[in-house]
Design a protein around this ligand. Structure first.
Ligand code: PBG
Length: 324
């Protein structure tokens, strides 16, 4: 009897063979840990919808930075949770604002081992919770927001951020921030454009993580989940405007966009495995419904395979330990 003469299973027969022929490998340097630092607390506060993730106090933040650096991950992305918010997000541009304080600490503690990155968006600092400032009619004012982003960029550079994460989805934000950096002769600071960022329900747990004040949604500035071509267009605009790295976000629901963007982009492409992606796996695992460790590694390999060169993930430290 003659069986099939093409037998791909040959390469799956042993762990050693599978390891040898794997097309995609995870490396610790490609993992970036998002971290939340909250003003005015003396102990870390757990985030209910993200088991294992906390809002850090400055002390717990210092300790966590050391642990993160020891695992060999590539960087940290910092988010601030301020005590006071206002209409223009003053805390974002205040040198003593929590994000800028946290950035200085991170740079001092681990700045040579990790790329210290900062979220450049107003939503954590505004009392209305939007990513920009509002006009007289209560709509997000694109160009007025750009001026705030420029001020925020300069504050973050002064704090020592090595990579500014522009996540606000205002039109022209990369160009505006690049211009502000150039005119102040900050030629070393890199820009990560959240090029294709969708208005996603999977950011739900993040809103708890940053004590978001948002009422309503972000559909007038974040992209419609229905649109694939538009993701590539947004990426192209960020590249033209001077981004150094671009990102697709969320990750798992948008792997097609990620693959399209990765196929075209001459600059690095990253993906953000967002809070809801984390929460789903943790919740299912807590119920005993999936194999937690396998699901985590499979999700990361899938995101890498689709074209991301690095991944922001709340599992960065754990995944790095698993790889090592
Ligand atoms: C905006 C920002 C958000 C996330 C990262 N940056 C929230 C939003 O756009 O509503 C979400 C990240 C996550 O869900 O893990 N500053």
């Amino acid at each position: 009897m003659t069986g099939p003469d093409r037998r791909p299973r040959r390469l799956r027969a042993t762990p050693a063979m599978r390891r040898l022929v794997a097309e995609t490998r995870l490396h610790t340097a490609e993992l970036i840990l998002p971290m939340f630092v909250r003003e005015g607390i003396s102990r870390p506060v757990p985030i209910r919808s993200m088991p294992g993730v906390v809002q850090h106090s400055l002390d717990s933040f210092r300790a966590a930075l050391g642990e993160a650096a020891a695992t060999g991950i590539g960087g940290v992305m910092l988010f601030g949770v301020p005590e006071h918010k206002d209409a223009i997000g003053s805390g974002a541009t205040d040198d003593n604002g929590i994000l800028n304080v946290a950035t200085r600490i991170a740079v001092a503690e681990v700045g040579s081992a990790l790329v210290v990155q900062t979220d450049l968006c107003l939503d954590e600092f505004t009392d209305h919770g939007h990513c920009g400032v509002l006009d007289a009619d209560g709509r997000v004012d694109n160009d007025a927001s750009l001026v705030r982003y420029q001020e925020m960029a300069l504050a973050q550079v002064a704090a020592g951020s090595a990579l500014l994460g522009l996540s606000g989805m205002m039109d022209g934000q990369v160009a505006a921030v690049r211009e502000a950096l150039d005119s102040a002769s900050h030629f070393q600071t890199a820009i990560l454009g959240y090029a294709a960022k969708y208005a996603s329900a999977f950011y739900g747990p993040f809103r708890e993580a940053v004590d978001s004040s948002l009422v309503g949604d972000r559909r007038t500035y974040q992209q419609d989940p229905a649109n694939r071509r538009e993701g590539v267009y947004e990426a192209r605009l960020d590249i033209d405007e001077g981004a150094d790295i671009i990102m697709v976000k969320p990750a798992m629901g948008y792997l097609d966009v990620l693959a399209d963007v990765a196929a075209e982009s001459p600059i690095p492409v990253w993906a953000y495995q967002v809070s809801g992606e984390y929460a789903m796996v943790e919740a299912a695992a807590a119920n005993g419904w999936i194999d937690r460790e396998r699901a985590i590694m499979e999700s990361l390999v899938g995101i890498r395979r689709a074209g991301a060169e690095a991944v922001l993930t709340y599992w960065a430290v754990e995944a790095a330990e698993a790889i090592a």
